[in-house]
Design a protein around this ligand. Structure first.
Ligand code: GRG
Length: 294
């Protein structure tokens, strides 16, 4: 199977398992469950779940990495729903569809995002219940990542920085926490489920791979915001400039942002290669993430 075929196979697998894990749209209260499915089924790239499966593949084991992948996608989708709200980024378009609060209403969108958070932890605790230490480690990794010193903290700092003079240190904090933390957690959770998952040193090192990959991902995201259209991105383009957001592009210009994306990707590749294991797919995924157009 070539790289793109494998991506498609894994995306299909994730989508099918997400469909089984989400409450049915007809279940009471139906508008809430419809809103959750509206945002989840809108065709995200599923990069974080695929990173989980790719990290597990480095040192394959009997553990099923898919539930961890679903849990990450639940947290990611909640963060997108809340990020789009009028009180935050105020975006009308997400994943090629009206954002959740546009398709439903603000209160429903808030609650749909809220509901995805416990669902993530329910999936983890149900799926790994026969291995309590493993389940607890995964729950701890995801809860710390989603908390006030990583995902939510990064988002808060992003909001606090709108319209302010860009500063490199501040931007690094935002990107490390708002974006990289979830990418790092994807690789670490996948790796924790691998046969080398209890090797603390390797777990730290895959985390460093994720940090670099996440910084590259964000630099690419900043570039796409200025180079692509809303139709190509499936979300509001040129949004960063309009909302006075600090980005690598506004701080350093397009060329430097491109150099930065390549440098961080190269750093991630080198760190990964030093870790051993079957890294063929993950290396290709890194190039795909660097060259993506949406
Ligand atoms: C509301 C707590 C909270 C956090 C929001 C996700 C986020 C943090 C903000 C979205 C804005 C943004 C540009 C974030 C950084 C990059 C990012 C997460 C982009 C979206 O991820 P993709 O491209 O999206 O993987 P899909 O739709 O493919 O899943």
């Amino acid at each position: 199977m070539n790289f793109l075929e494998k991506m498609k196979t894994w995306q299909d697998l994730i989508n099918q398992r997400l469909d089984q894990a989400l409450p049915a749209a007809s279940l009471q209260p139906a508008p809430l469950h419809q809103a959750m499915r509206h945002s989840m089924n809108a065709g995200g790239k599923r990069l974080r779940p695929i990173l989980v499966l790719a990290a597990h593949e480095l040192y394959p084991s009997q553990h099923d990495p898919v539930p961890a992948a679903l849990a990450l996608e639940c947290i990611h989708t909640y963060s997108l729903i809340h990020d789009d709200l009028p009180a935050m980024d105020d975006s009308d378009l997400r994943r090629g569809r009206p954002s959740c609060h546009k398709a439903f209403d603000e209160a429903t969108a808030i609650l749909a995002g809220d509901a995805f958070q416990p669902l993530a932890f329910e999936i983890l605790s149900d799926s790994y219940s026969t291995q309590p230490k493993l389940a607890l480690d995964l729950i701890k990794m995801l809860s710390v990542t989603a908390g006030s010193q990583q995902l939510v903290g990064g988002q808060m700092q992003d909001l606090l920085s709108e319209g302010k003079t860009p500063e490199e240190e501040n931007l690094s904090y935002i990107h490390t926490n708002k974006t990289s933390a979830m990418i790092r957690a994807s690789l670490q959770m996948g790796f924790r489920l691998s046969s080398a998952g209890e090797d603390e040193e390797k777990l730290t090192r895959i985390g460093e791979v994720g940090l670099s990959l996440g910084l590259a991902f964000q630099a690419v995201d900043d570039l796409l915001d200025v180079t692509q259209t809303s139709a190509q991105l499936g979300k509001d383009a040129h949004h960063d400039g309009e909302s006075g957001k600090v980005t690598w592009v506004s701080l350093k210009g397009e060329e430097e942002a491109r150099r930065l994306a390549s440098r961080h990707t190269e750093d991630a590749r080198e760190r990964l290669l030093r870790m051993g294991g079957d890294s063929a797919f993950l290396l290709e995924l890194m190039s795909y993430m660097l060259e993506r157009k949406f």
